[in-house]
Write a protein that binds this ligand. Structure first.
Ligand code: F0G
Length: 399
């Protein structure tokens, strides 16, 4: 069943509904815990469907591009400089280059189960790229709304190339989401933004994989960028499910990082509040998290408070320098929003929020090539020369 996270109202698993009819809060899927041993996972192929007993959809209808099973890189160089045990979970290695594929696989499977013909979303880019690909795979009509001029090039190219009907909205993500939600409530499309609780069911597998990768242990802390606040909520749900299943003993501190000018959740945490004050004109170079009114704010705040976690902000400059640091020191190329987790980590080590020796997992959510313009702008142009060995030799020996 689905259950309202505020008033506890229950809904049938197949009802097409996104928020509570009684109190308008978000919903979550509640399933009974499978009575299985964690040993069954080890012989299965390394995709997120490895944990299928925890994914509440019909196994015969799965729409998948073999998402999940992403790299879990130990980053000793950066970690030792910071005095911590650092791992980076590289979600850019998913089929369309971001973590959204996990949620979309479960969400699109649900769309197939429900028999809907048209799916849609509003997006800062990655959700639309992912939805377009999974809609193509499932043979569904796909409509995506994007904030005009604020979507990174790679994401726009993906959404268009996979055949979505792409519409630019004169307004920001929050306004685009409000518009597409109204259309969904009229029954014109099945909404696959993260307000749809099935999206979060897929994304909770990031939590499963981290625990599995660490040998059925929790790290001390999980750090990730927060925009619409679905992912932090999903990962916490996954962690709690494995904890309740008895697969692990400890729990991590869930730590969300937002861009300074788009930080309603961090603002609420700093004031110890349970609700957010939306940011009217959010701004940041990390366009993926340029969001002022996150729909999953309540779930995210619960995740942070329940886990004894933390929230912080980073500036655009801090994001860009962390993006470069991770690329050049560890070889991991991520888009700006993803680098917010690394930028936040650096800040929290400096401030003493992160203790020496802590085991920290940073989730980097999207691939470097999602936003090629920002990457190119951060570098100097290549030198152009004739194909002449003497000139080449002169140049490389000068440097
Ligand atoms: N990182 C990247 C690369 C994202 O694309 C997003 C969200 C986030 C982090 C934040 O995750 O919303 O679950 O808190 N992108 C959405 C989109 C909003 O439309 O692609 P969140």
């Amino acid at each position: 069943m689905m259950k309202c996270i505020s008033c506890g109202e229950e809904y049938e698993i197949d009802e097409i509904i996104y928020t509570c009819k009684k109190c308008d809060s978000t919903l979550e899927v509640v399933s009974s815990h499978p009575d299985i041993s964690k040993d069954i996972f080890s012989c299965r192929k390394s995709t997120m469907w490895k944990y299928k007993e925890f994914l509440p959809v019909d196994e015969t209808k799965i729409v998948s591009l073999e998402e999940g099973g992403t790299p879990f890189c130990k980053c000793d160089k950066l970690g030792s400089e910071l005095g911590i045990d650092l791992y980076v979970k590289v979600e850019g290695s998913n089929p369309t280059g971001s973590f959204k594929d996990r949620g979309m696989s479960v969400g699109m499977t649900k769309a197939v189960e429900l028999g809907v013909n048209t799916v849609g979303c509003a997006s800062t880019g990655n959700t639309s790229a992912s939805l377009a690909a999974y809609a193509a795979r499932a043979g569904k009509r796909c409509i995506v709304l994007l904030p005009a001029g604020k979507v990174a090039l790679g994401k726009l190219a993906q959404a268009m190339f996979h055949g979505a009907e792409v519409i630019s909205i004169r307004g920001n993500f929050d306004e685009a989401l409000e518009t597409v939600t109204s259309l969904a409530l009229e029954g014109q499309l099945y909404l696959l933004n993260s307000v749809n609780p099935y999206r979060l069911e897929g994304q909770k597998t990031i939590g499963f994989e981290i625990v599995d990768d660490l040998g059925w242990k929790s790290p001390d802390r999980i750090v990730l960028p927060v925009g619409n606040a679905g992912n932090i909520s999903a990962i916490w749900k996954g962690i709690k499910e494995f904890h309740e299943a008895g697969f692990m003993d400890d729990l991590p501190m869930m730590t969300g990082i937002q861009a300074e000018m788009s930080a309603p959740i961090t603002n609420a945490v700093r004031q110890g509040k349970n609700t957010i004050e939306p940011v009217k004109d959010p701004e940041t170079i990390a366009t993926a998290i340029r969001i002022g009114a996150p729909v999953s704010a309540q779930k995210a705040l619960r995740a942070i408070y329940e886990s004894n976690g933390y929230a912080d902000t980073v500036t655009d400059d801090e994001i860009l320098s962390a993006q470069k640091l991770l690329a050049r020191k560890e070889g991991i190329g991520v888009e700006p929003a993803s680098a917010a987790s690394i930028a936040g980590l650096l800040k929290m080590v400096e401030s003493g929020e992160v203790d020496k020796g802590e085991q920290v997992v940073c989730i980097v959510t999207g691939h470097l090539l999602k936003d090629p313009n920002t990457a190119i702008d951060a570098c100097v142009e290549p030198l152009e020369i004739d194909a002449d060995v003497k000139t080449l030799s002169k140049i490389i020996n000068k440097q």
